[in-house]
Design a protein around this ligand. Structure first.
Ligand code: ADP
Ligand code: MG
Length: 639
């Protein structure tokens, strides 16, 4: 993980190298300061020579110290400027957790760039995954991956690494100076080191596990919140605000609740992590104090016996304090690095995952290219389902399509408009999704223009078709942007006339121009809310403008009243001249003129043909027609 993160930050390496050099120089300066303090002490206690000579010795020692302090400060300043981080200092002053709240960390600086780059990469890799992967995940979970896990990596990628480096260098240099100053005292002082290492090792292991768990807990809480906020209307209409807050509180861990927070809530895990960290910090501090006290005692004896000067003892103790402080920073930053490594495992699992259905192929053979060219020609496309068996991964034992066979010839032959009818849950939507290759068939095959769809790069295949989903989603932006979505995604310019023509065909023109801003009216989360029927019509215009060879409508007019449905259906019929269309019918009345009607039930086509042929041959179809007629009659008699 860490190597990957470093590679992510490659463009920042020159800056990081410069910063690191400054850091090493500054730390070296700081490390020798205790020795200079010791000299000052010795200069004051050395009573030999004249008063002037003593003063000169003392001033010289002071000047040396001032020089080293100045140089060290200079390099610190340069480093801080290059690194543009207040976070590193805060990390020493307040411990690890203060960093996350530092605004400086979120704006500016090397780390922010690394995180931004990582986020974009991760988002791209998420969108590259196959649909089944999304089926198994919650959006809130993915969002928290993008937002907070990447943030954790920032620590490991930049400031924390430099901080850990600084502490390590400072500890090492001071350690060498300890032995130079007095090897006897140094041996005594280092007696605590094995204990220190043991404690660090233990704490690291626990923190690593807890960090992983709390990561997962946060993601769970995020998923609950995301659901509640996105479905705010449903929550409201059922008066379920309190209920949802309760669900969220359970996931987060309500600190004010009477009972203890759930064991796997992020609060409980955070508290445990804090406890472990507190215990660890206390242990290291205690060990540090023990060694300092021991050194004062034994060092005092050495001074009294004349085996050591007072200045050396002062220098020694100051070195020891430096080491203790460095080690404790090292341990804390270590914990945050471990945390980041935990987050990085999750992130890189997504980044490295090869989608089961890759949208883009890395290489294409000549045969692949020839196939693509073949698909590029012609207007209407034929397609065929041959003995298709399919189950969703979440319900492997339910055969949603169970040996479905359906042939939809292209325009040049008999039929071009195919209507799918049948009971809800029969597999009609699934059939369209398989054609788009959102999922792969379990067995059997699907042909598009005589080519197995698995033999074509999915992105190419999908440019040949456009789907108007059962519940179409629009993006935030203007109506125009939404209609022109396909060409914008392909980086093309769409002229306004084309957008307006598509809108007219989809009967979206009149309501769009009725808004004060017309086609520039913002829709989506922060814009006007379109009605269900208006949304469907914008989605139809969006599909039409993509100019595909095959149009797929999944109950695309279900939110329209009968009259507008007839209008839009009529427009669709006109537009589909020269194109193949497959429409899942909402009302049978709209399909009677279709060239081919297929009755899908229980994952099979149990009858296909024209309306008249089906009425004659297929008992289920005539039943369906009779039931709908009866429903229409009773609603007519109500009117
Ligand atoms: P229709 O569009 O004809 O109403 P669908 O194709 O939507 O039917 O659904 C067919 C069956 O597949 C239903 O039993 C439904 O519960 C199931 N199903 C649909 N989508 C999924 C999914 N993503 N995961 C698991 N099961 C699904
Ligand atoms: Mg459906």
């Amino acid at each position: 993980g860490v190597r990957r993160i470093l590679r992510q930050s490659r463009p920042e390496w020159p800056a990081m190298a410069a910063a690191t050099l400054c850091l090493v120089l500054a730390v070296l300066g700081q490390a020798v300061m205790p020795l200079l303090f010791g000299r000052m002490v010795d200069a004051t206690s050395d009573t030999s020579g004249s008063r002037d000579a003593r003063l000169r010795r003392y001033s010289a020692a002071c000047a040396e110290l001032a020089l080293v302090v100045g140089v060290s400060l200079f390099f610190t300043a340069v480093r801080a400027y290059v690194f543009n981080s207040a976070g590193a200092k805060l990390c020493i002053d307040h411990g690890l957790h203060a960093i996350d709240a530092t605004p400086a960390r979120r704006h500016g600086g090397v780390g922010a760039k690394v995180v931004a780059r990582l986020r974009v990469l991760l988002f791209g890799r998420m969108l590259a995954q196959e649909t089944a992967w999304f089926d198994a995940r919650e959006t809130g979970d993915l969002l928290s991956r993008l937002a907070s896990d990447t943030q954790k990596l920032q620590a490991a990628a930049t400031e924390t690494v430099s901080l850990a480096l600084r502490s390590a260098i400072s500890a090492l240099v001071s350690f060498a100076l300890l032995f130079l100053t007095s090897w006897r005292l140094a041996c005594l002082a280092t007696a605590v080191v094995p204990f220190l290492i043991g404690a660090t090792f233990l704490a690291m292991r626990v923190v690593k596990r807890l960090a992983k768990e709390s990561q997962a807990a946060l993601a769970r809480a995020g998923a609950v919140a995301q659901e509640g906020l996105a479905n705010q209307r449903v929550v409201r209409s059922f008066g379920a605000e309190g209920f949802e807050v309760g669900r969220y509180a359970h996931a987060v861990g309500d600190p004010d609740a009477a009972e203890r927070p759930a064991k796997d809530s992020s609060l409980a895990l955070g508290l445990r992590q804090a406890g472990v960290q507190a215990a660890f910090i206390t242990t290291t501090a205690a060990l540090g104090y023990a060694s300092v006290l021991g050194v004062w005692y034994y060092g005092g004896l050495l001074v009294v016996r004349g085996q050591m000067t007072t200045g050396d003892l002062v220098a020694f103790v100051m070195l020891l304090l430096t080491i203790t402080a460095s080690l404790s920073v090292l341990a804390q930053t270590g914990a945050s690095v471990v945390e980041a490594v935990g987050a990085s495992v999750e992130i890189f699992a997504v980044i490295d995952r090869e989608p089961a259905i890759p949208n883009d192929w890395s290489s294409k053979s000549d045969a692949d290219r020839a196939t693509e060219l073949r698909l590029a020609r012609g207007d209407a496309a034929g397609c065929a389902f041959e003995d298709v068996v399919f189950s969703y991964a979440s319900r492997p034992d339910l055969r949603v399509l169970d040996g479905l066979t359906l042939r939809i010839p292209a325009k040049s032959r008999a039929a071009q408009d195919c209507a799918l009818v049948g009971p809800s849950g029969g597999g009609k939507t699934t059939l369209l999704h398989l054609l788009e290759r959102f999922y792969d068939v379990g067995s059997g095959r699907i042909l598009f223009d005589g080519v197995d769809i698995r033999a074509v790069e999915p992105t190419v295949l999908r440019t040949k078709m456009a789907l108007v989903a059962q519940q179409p989603a629009l993006f935030s932006g203007s109506i125009r942007d939404n209609i022109a979505y396909a060409s914008r995604a392909r980086g093309l310019r769409t002229d306004d006339a084309a957008v307006e023509a598509a809108a007219k065909a989809a009967h979206a023109y009149d309501f769009a121009t009725a808004f004060p801003d017309g086609f520039e009216t913002a829709v989506g989360e922060r814009g006007v809310r379109l009605s269900g029927g208006q949304t469907q019509r914008v989605a139809i215009a969006r599909a039409l403008l993509a100019a595909p060879r095959l149009l797929l409508f999944d109950e695309a007019t279900s939110a329209l009243d009968a009259e507008s449905e007839a209008l839009v259906q009529d427009a669709i019929d006109k537009l589909c001249v020269g194109r193949t269309s497959i429409s899942v019918a909402h009302r049978l009345s709209t399909v009677v003129n279709a060239d081919l009607i297929a009755l899908v039930q229980g994952g099979r086509v149990i009858g296909s043909g024209t309306h008249d042929a089906l009425l004659q041959d297929c008992a289920e179809y005539s039943n369906l027609v009779r039931r709908q007629l009866r429903a229409a009659d009773s609603s007519a008699s109500l009117a």
